[in-house]
Design a protein around this ligand. Sequence first.
Ligand code: PLP
Length: 463
Amino acid sequence: MPLTNIRPTAELQAMDAAHHMHPFTAGNDLATKGARIIARGNGVWLTDSEGTEILDGMSGLWCVNIGYGRAELAAAAERQMRELPFYNTFFQTSHAPVIELSAKLAELVPGDLNNVFFASSGSEANDTNIRMVRHYWSLKGKPEKTVIISRKNAYHGSTLGGASLGGMVPMHQQGSLPIPDVHHINQPNWWAEGGDMSPEEFGHARARELETAIHEIGEDKVAAFIAEPIQGAGGVIVPPDSYWPEIQRICDAHDILLIADEVICGFGRTGNWFGHETVGWRPDIITIAKGLSSGYQPIGGSVVSDEIAGVIGSDEFNHGYTYSGHPVAAAVALENLRILVEENMVARVRDQIGPYLKERWTALTDHPLVGEAKIVGLMGSLALTPDKSSRAAFAAEAGTVGYICREFSFANNLIMRHVGDRMIIAPPLCITEAEVDTLVERAWTTFDQTHAKLKAEGMLRAA
Ligand SMILES: *Cc1c(COP(=O)(O)O)cnc(C)c1O
């Protein structure tokens, strides 16, 4: 039944097509087709403007960790808006929500990462990181340490800095990116790039590329290495077990700063509070956003070590956003963290719902279209392939099959995303076992439909 508290769907779609420019979208195509209008959310479920319920396997954009519809967050926002809707923290002032949130984050983030510089998004926080690590080395008398090493197919945001740190070729092709002094090494994607190597050999080899890059660029010129503990937007690429220990060894051996981009992996997604705990890595800075507020308010930040905060604090840091530490966003984030803690949601991912989803998700490799299944906590991916044994890619241009599959999934009222020909999920942490069953059943149906279409159209062919 169409919802009655908003304009009719067709009218909304026409207005959307006429006036709204969508991110990462071929706008004219969407205008012809019409966007699906999402109207409500509750738990893991969305309702569209036609009243259809959709299982959100992606937590929005990997962010609605506690699930939709938590009235406590609405109440926290209202309280704070009435009390103090805005004040800045630039000119020697502060306010209770940002203070409480900073202290809470210092408590939750391991080690001596006790200091938070706020932004309104992950992209902005990574821009902060670029300026902060370069300024740090400059203050330490090493201004030539400016290069940041990142990885191909990484995602670190969409601002000039964030997109430059990211290793997404289609993004670099638009707007003359990357900015200078960003270097990209290869990603640890064994399925697509491992060739004849065993996963362990391959993981080791890809990690060694960091050391090679440091030698080639010169340690005296490298400021930092940035990585997602598990690549998210790149397709939930889970590196072989040999990868992270070798990265840590290399990091320990060289005088560079380590930035863990926890924008997706943070706040319980991988079964620990932070992804670097899951992979066993010790960063100097972490980037946070998304799950920090479960997406209820735009907020992000950089959590940095006492050492870095001390050095940066020795001078005026000429950097900040009007909304750094916004009181309403901070109050909502605090309430979100309270719920994550009090409802024991992170341990539940690790011990209960994560293992259950893993079992069901991994069993999808029984489907003829599905090659490998990867999952850590509640972020998972599947590689679609015309031939499992050779890990073959499809003859069609990369992403063609993934898109077909995504369209079937959407029509089956399951939100899965595709990255190339990998299908990915990252459901809200509150998902129940029965909802996992529904997710997996809809995914199986989706693969059946995709398989049938590929067969009918002669597309079940290897490249
Ligand atoms: C989403 C994301 C970002 C960018 O965050 P925005 O809030 O979209 O700017 C940065 N890093 C990672 C790992 C992300 O997934």
